[in-house]
Write a protein that binds this ligand. Structure first.
Ligand SMILES: Nc1nc2c(c(=O)[nH]1)N[C@H]1C(S)=C(S)[C@@H](COP(=O)(O)O)O[C@H]1N2
Ligand SMILES: [Mo]
Length: 337
């Protein structure tokens, strides 16, 4: 389920009704989940492996963080070679407040991580029993350092995690693509090697068009990105005069520091203004740009920068259409009358 472009960014935190849903496996039902407080999480690759219930995790620690949740394929719909998969444009992204326990707190409660671990590997328990677990288990490894910032969340935007978003428990590795935000979390492990399930080994690999394989980089850190949410080609014609252009900008794993807008297809750029509260570097910022536009057709683009990295003009061509952050494809054509 994809959100309309104009339904994102009206408020800094995306209301749940506007948050995209992406499932590799069917959402778990209330019957499958059972009593949420009795949901079990096993922790492995630590000096004292343990199994916690959700009720126990809630007593262990609590924090709230804001992150952008974005599918690796967000923007796939712009690729000309028509990669297979959901044809998202901008709608597979949201800025969400998550509440849960820091992974670091769980690690200390388990006597620390075992020596030699290089990855944090999280396992969802949503794979139907009749499928091959190597092909159906949503299990993702991320670099070990991610555990220091990650949380295991049981609440989003102030309500218990809905089943569709991975209730009752999911991993939030800030700044990492959606797939690493494992839903219906049953196991947290610290491992020496990356998981060998399909969703780690072969899917989500950023490979050249026509090539595939586990030697290519996987979808981990999100790059800097922004897009206009208002006005858009969805909202129709705009009256000439003062036009409020608005959008969202994210830095991925780094703070977004700078946002520019162009109304002439990228020939000239002017600085736009961040508005609204700063919810930390993993959240997105809303921005506005006031422009005086006479009648005509405009190509409006935005370009964000972290100071270190700036959005490129073009998409990075790759087989499955992952990680698109090029500003040109994300621009909008608006008619002013
Ligand atoms: N267990 C499990 N976790 C999962 C998935 C899944 O199918 N099963 N889908 C992943 C993908 S590809 C994305 S983009 C996000 C989507 O999260 P959402 O549906 O809450 O928006 O969850 C990720 N985590
Ligand atoms: Mo995704």
């Amino acid at each position: 389920i994809e959100a309309h472009r104009s339904a994102i960014g009206e408020s800094i935190v995306t209301p749940i009704r506007n948050i995209y849903i992406r499932n590799n496996m069917p959402t778990m039902t209330d019957e499958q989940i059972g009593d949420r407080n009795k949901w079990q999480l096993s922790v492995e690759g630590v000096n004292q492996p343990k199994t916690f219930t959700l009720a126990q995790l809630k007593k262990l620690g609590q924090t709230t963080i804001a992150t952008v949740l974005q599918c690796s394929g967000n923007g796939r719909g712009f690729y000309e070679h028509k990669p297979k998969g959901s044809q998202w444009k901008t709608g597979a992204a949201a800025c969400i407040l998550w509440t849960g326990v820091p992974v670091a707190t769980i690690v200390s409660a388990c006597g620390g991580i075992t020596k030699g671990a290089k990855y944090m590997t999280c396992t969802g328990v949503d794979a139907p029993k009749d499928l091959d677990p190597k092909k159906a288990t949503v299990e993702r490894s991320v670099p070990l350092k991610v555990y220091k910032k990650a949380i295991l969340a049981w609440e989003m935007n102030g309500v218990p995690l809905p089943n569709a978003h991975g209730g009752p428990l999911r991993t939030i590795p800030p700044g990492y693509f959606g797939i690493n935000n494992v839903k219906h979390l049953g196991k947290l492990a610290f491992t020496e090697t990356e998981s060998d399930v399909k969703y780690m080994k072969t899917s989500y690999r950023i490979s050249p068009i026509g090539k595939k394989g586990s030697q290519y980089p996987t979808c981990w850190e999100m790059p800097v990105k922004s897009w206009i949410v208002r006005p858009t080609d969805e909202t129709g014609v705009v009256k000439s005069g003062k036009v409020q252009i608005a959008g969202v900008a994210m830095g991925g794993t780094k703070k977004v520091r700078n946002i520019k807008v162009s109304v002439d297809g990228g020939q000239t750029w002017k600085k736009a203004k961040f508005v609204g509260p700063y919810l930390g570097k993993y959240a997105w910022r809303q921005f506005v740009f006031e422009s005086n536009l006479g009648p005509g057709t405009y190509n409006i683009a935005s370009k964000a920068s972290t100071g270190v990295n700036t959005q490129p003009e073009l998409r990075y061509e790759n087989r499955r259409g992952y990680a698109h952050n090029g500003w040109k494809d994300h621009s909008v054509n608006v008619e002013v009358v």
